[in-house]
Design a protein around this ligand. Structure first.
Ligand code: PMP
Length: 366
């Protein structure tokens, strides 16, 4: 059944859930540490739990199809009109909607090697052609990406910071890229990990949206805001773009609990600050351990680190298995073309220490 371009898709590989690893390896769920999906180690903010409890009473009704209150809160935060915002069932939804809204079958989408897996899925899902631009130092080569845009290209995906490599493009370089992109090509700037950036690396992409009618900024509540399980993200762009996104989205794509929790989390600056502090400390903890162990890693601007665990093409899979046996779940990235590497999410100090000890053991037995 189905078109060739759908049969050619390699399904998304998510991090293994704790329950599955417990069953498979005969372990106690409580003893398992999961540092595999770039989730927030503090879980759901208390403020969001309270908002959800209040919203639960209305679950017999459909959600607000236009997300009025959440859009109003985002509009205030980012200083853009509410109709410049598109809500998504996670930011994955935003990425897919962009492909569906802006690209026809057989037109082209440009993205970087080693960038987020959903760019390929969104492109292939509509039968478009992908132009994958070789990475430079594991990150985006924006000059090569600008040069790769051809007459059929209608969309460019950029992840900043990038997943799974953690690399970062300074704001000035992104803006220089935006100036080069033809007006009929939409740029989706995926900022899923933006809230983890240090103050000095921050740039004002919502202001660029006002200057570049072909720019859409994508954000998520899954990472720094701790709401991955609720599935809520959003895009910011001018109405010419959001209007098309709105035509192809599902009518109730963001559920009521997610809308309520997102508003609460957006206003919970204490939660965000605690998370950012923990992340910076955890990054140092990992980096010091990797250096001590003589492991190469890619300097990361996100809530995870890509680390090279061996020289041969089976290294990532082998060390991943050795970690799973010790009850530690991380992310192998062979499907990204990085079979010697593992991507490890930054957790609580205790979880990070367990990972470091397990990794030492795994490599000693290697
Ligand atoms: N973009 C990037 C770069 C990501 O790493 C992720 C999560 N893995 C997403 C988008 C999607 O996240 P969500 O759908 O949970 O918002």
């Amino acid at each position: 059944y189905g078109p060739d371009y759908v049969r050619a898709i390699a399904p998304y590989q998510a991090g293994k859930p704790i329950s599955e690893v417990a069953r498979e390896f005969g372990l106690d769920e409580d003893a398992i540490v999961k540092l595999a999906s770039n989730e927030n180690p503090f879980g759901v903010p208390e403020s969001a739990k309270e908002a959800m409890a209040a919203a639960a009473a209305e679950l017999g009704r459909y959600p607000d199809a236009n997300g009025f209150e959440l859009k109003a809160a985002l509009s205030k935060r980012y200083d853009v009109p509410a109709d410049w915002i598109t809500l998504g069932n996670g930011s994955n939804d935003i990425l897919e909607l962009a492909a569906k809204a802006f690209v026809e079958k057989d037109q082209a989408v440009v993205y970087a090697q080693y960038s987020f897996a959903v760019y390929a899925l969104a492109t292939q899902g509509i039968g478009a052609r992908h132009i994958v631009v070789p990475a430079r130092n594991h990150g985006h080569d924006l000059e090569a990406m600008a040069a790769a845009i051809d007459a059929d290209t209608r969309l460019v995906f950029i992840a900043n910071p990038n997943n799974p490599t953690g690399t970062f493009i300074p704001g000035v370089e992104i803006e220089a890229f935006l100036r080069k992109v033809p007006a009929n090509v939409v740029v989706v700037l995926d900022e899923a990990y933006n809230e983890y950036l240090a103050e000095e690396d921050q740039y004002d992409s919502a202001a660029w949206v006002k200057r570049y009618p072909n720019l859409m900024v994508s954000r998520t509540f899954s990472k720094a805001y701790g709401l991955a399980g609720l599935r809520v993200g959003f895009g910011i762009a001018q109405p010419a773009l959001t209007d098309l996104m709105n035509r192809v989205r599902q009518p109730f794509n963001v559920n009521s609990l997610a809308q309520a929790a997102a508003i609460a989390a957006l206003n919970d600056s204490a939660f965000l600050e605690r998370g950012a502090r923990n992340n910076a400390a955890g990054y140092q903890q990992f980096v010091e351990a990797f250096e001590q162990m003589g492991l190469e890693y890619v300097p990361s601007y996100g809530n995870f680190v890509l680390v090279k665990v061996g020289k041969d093409l089976a290294a990532g899979a082998r060390v991943n298995l050795a970690l799973l046996k010790q009850g530690v779940i991380v992310r192998p990235v062979g499907n990204y073309g990085l079979p010697e590497w593992l991507r490890i999410s930054i957790g609580l100090p205790r979880e990070n220490a367990i990972l470091i000890a397990a990794l030492q053991k795994a490599l000693a037995g290697d």
